[in-house]
Design a protein around this ligand. Structure first.
Ligand code: DOR
Ligand code: ZN
Length: 354
């Protein structure tokens, strides 16, 4: 059956970068148009390491929500070697903090305050397991000897397996899975271990990064992998398995920091996230499974209610702008995924507009 219109409970983004300061207004607007809630990543400078910082950041985000839109930021803390069990107890007690992000030190953008030695945070992980607070993991090895395309598989095999063995009750999300090995590992792990999958990892393999020349806007971390890994991600996302849910990892960087001699990692997808995911599910003949992946499984994992309001997507062509403004004074710009290209699906109605 050729479906041209789909209605879903309003989806949430379970992995998002909103940044801070002058860029916040535009970035919050992109996400609030698409999603009801988002897990907001803490990799600011300085990182969000305490409940007090998370609450202040939350207020700044709420102040940036455009009039007429409802958007709830779900805050996270940044795990550092200095994080204490008291920090965790405070996070567990705070209704606005929903997870703690583990960045292996130096693994990605603003990850230098992260953790090098997981044994050093063992008591913190125990406190999280006891309090039911999820650990959100950037799962890549930081051993410089490990090939960049193997870093996720090595980290999952060598490090995550050990974490789950030591902390069998710890709720854990492998963020932005990019390999068949990570998919298999999550599938075989206990029910309280899940994974987010981005639209760009579902749509592109590593060839796309080099098509006709180097494409810096497709450079993200974990880096895009071979076609067979992309196929494994599509199979997982469209399988109906509730362990796999939507997380865009939409990661804005100003144009000049991407199109340069040493460009930042990150792909911006928040402008058209649902349309991009709809394309994936449509191509896989699995549009009937999009609502589970985008709207139901994430709330299930985090113990939150599924949205009662709805959004509608239609098969309708539109062209993505070449860029979007970034920064209150319009001094910067953001090159979105599919800039200047045509999209097959369009978000036409979101009844969360109040
Ligand atoms: O591509 C990425 N960009 N991966 C990350 O893990 C971080 C993110 C960012 O903050 O720019
Ligand atoms: Zn991220």
């Amino acid at each position: 059956m050729n479906v041209d219109r789909i209605e879903l409970p309003r989806p949430d983004d379970w992995h998002l970068h909103l940044r801070d300061g002058a860029a916040l207004g535009e970035l919050v607007a992109h996400s609030a148009r698409q999603f009801g809630r988002a897990i907001v990543m803490p990799n600011l400078r300085p990182p969000i390491t305490s409940v007090a910082m998370a609450l202040a950041y939350r207020e700044r985000i709420l102040a940036a929500v455009p009039a007429g839109l409802a958007f709830e930021p779900l805050m996270t803390l940044y795990l550092t070697p200095k994080t204490t069990t008291a920090d965790i107890d405070a996070a567990v007690a705070c209704p606005y903090v929903h997870g703690v992000k583990l960045y292996p030190a130096g693994a990605t953008t603003n990850a230098d305050s992260g953790v090098r030695d997981l044994d050093g945070v063992d008591t913190v992980l125990s406190a999280m397991a006891a309090g039911g607070l999820p650990l959100l993991v950037h799962a890549e090895s930081i051993d410089p000897q490990v090939d960049v395309f193997d870093r996720e598989a090595v980290f999952v095999r060598e490090t995550l397996s050990r974490v789950v063995e030591r902390h069998p009750q710890l709720r854990l999300v492998v963020e932005h899975v990019s390999t068949a090995q990570a998919v298999d590992w999550v599938r075989d792990a206990p029910a309280h271990v899940g994974a987010t999958i981005t639209a760009h990892h579902l749509l592109y393999d590593r060839n796309a990064m080099f098509q006709g020349g180097i494409r810096p806007h497709l450079y993200c971390l974990p880096v895009l992998k071979r076609a067979r890994h992309r196929q494994a991600l599509v199979a997982a996302a469209t399988s109906g398995n509730p362990k796999f849910f939507l997380g865009t990892d939409s990661a804005p960087h100003e144009r000049s920091t991407k199109e340069t001699g040493c460009g930042c990692a990150g792909t911006f997808t928040a402008h058209a996230a649902l349309e991009l995911y709809a394309e994936v599910f449509d191509r896989a003949g699995a549009l009937d499974r999009l609502a589970g992946f985008a709207s139901r499984f994430g709330p299930g994992f985090y113990g939150l209610p599924v949205a009662t309001d709805r959004v509608t997507l239609e098969r309708q062509a539109w062209t993505v702008p070449a860029s979007y403004p970034l920064g209150a004074l319009g001094e910067g710009e953001l090159v979105p995924l599919r800039a200047g290209e045509e999209m097959a699906w369009r978000l036409v109605a979101a009844d969360a507009i109040r």
